[in-house]
Write a protein that binds this ligand. Structure first.
Ligand SMILES: Nc1ncnc2c1ncn2[C@@H]1O[C@H](COP(=O)(O)OP(=O)(O)OP(=O)(O)O)[C@@H](O)[C@H]1O
Length: 245
């Protein structure tokens, strides 16, 4: 049984079909990539899977065998599905450790205070925010450190699956390389990963399966090498004239 399964899922804003009849399955243990040009519906898809801030208008979403469409975001998170956001999102007036502790306290299993502190510290060390960073205010971190903190906060929830929304945006090349390693090691912890990214090379180096969205619909899906060689994908990314040239 797939860990996550979407069946004919849609979300509209007025007359705009942001996500339009999307179906796919993510198997436990894999890194599944979702690509697509700007405005193709990637973030909306994450929003409706996680219920943050809204679910789908129609369609079925199952996580680990449980129907989750229509459930509030906190209930979905408690089932073991965590997410990060495209923009670095943290409680800026709280410390690095306090942010991760919120994730640890919010996760799948109810934890005693000591166990939550341990999970928070372990997740922060894992992403490279060592104990010397614990007392720093989140709002004072660099963009890269804030992305690492967001990842640590999600990992501290000890999820079964993690949805990462454009983790490479606004990063330098060396930071992107570090992020690729970090995501790979996150998957090695046994966390299934659904990854949105605009940058195809980033997705290609990580994903076992790749799905491309365009105008809210699935344009192509399957093994990454054949998906990016698909003429429709080339045209959606580069435009017809450049694709032909
Ligand atoms: N809350 C909203 N209200 C109205 N329209 C929205 C809302 N959220 C997204 N949209 C629209 O839905 C479409 C899909 O947007 P979405 O952010 O999901 O695309 P995306 O693929 O994530 O884009 P990007 O790569 O630029 O982040 C866009 O046309 C966007 O303007």
């Amino acid at each position: 049984m797939a860990l996550l399964e979407l069946d004919d899922v849609s979300k509209a804003f007025g007359s705009l079909k942001a996500v339009d009849g999307v179906s796919f399955k993510v198997e436990a243990g894999e890194i599944f990539g979702i690509a697509g040009p700007n405005g193709s519906g990637k973030s909306t898809l994450f929003n409706i899977i996680t219920g943050i801030p809204f679910g789908p208008d129609r369609g079925r979403i199952r996580f680990d065998g449980t129907a989750i469409n229509g459930k509030p975001g906190h209930a979905i998170a408690r089932l073991g599905l965590a997410r990060t956001f495209q923009r670095e999102t943290s409680f800026d007036g709280l410390t690095v450790f306090e942010n991760a502790l919120i994730g640890a306290s919010y996760g799948k299993q109810e934890k005693a205070a000591a166990a939550a502190r341990e999970a928070a510290a372990e997740a922060l060390e894992f992403v490279g925010l060592g104990s010397s960073s614990f007392g720093r205010l989140a709002g004072e971190l660099s963009v890269f450190e804030r992305k690492c903190l967001m990842l640590a906060t999600a990992i501290a929830m000890q999820p079964r699956m993690l949805l990462l929304d454009e983790p490479a945006s606004s990063l330098t090349k060396p930071e992107i390389e570090t992020s690729i390693g970090l995501i790979r090691r996150t998957a090695e912890r046994g966390i299934t990963i659904l990854l949105i990214e605009h940058v195809l090379t980033f997705l290609m180096s990580l994903s076992q399966h790749l799905l491309v969205l365009n105008n809210g619909r699935v344009l192509a899906a399957g093994e990454p090498g054949s998906v990016i060689a698909d003429q429709r994908v080339i045209e959606a990314y580069l435009g017809t004239r450049r694709a032909v040239a």
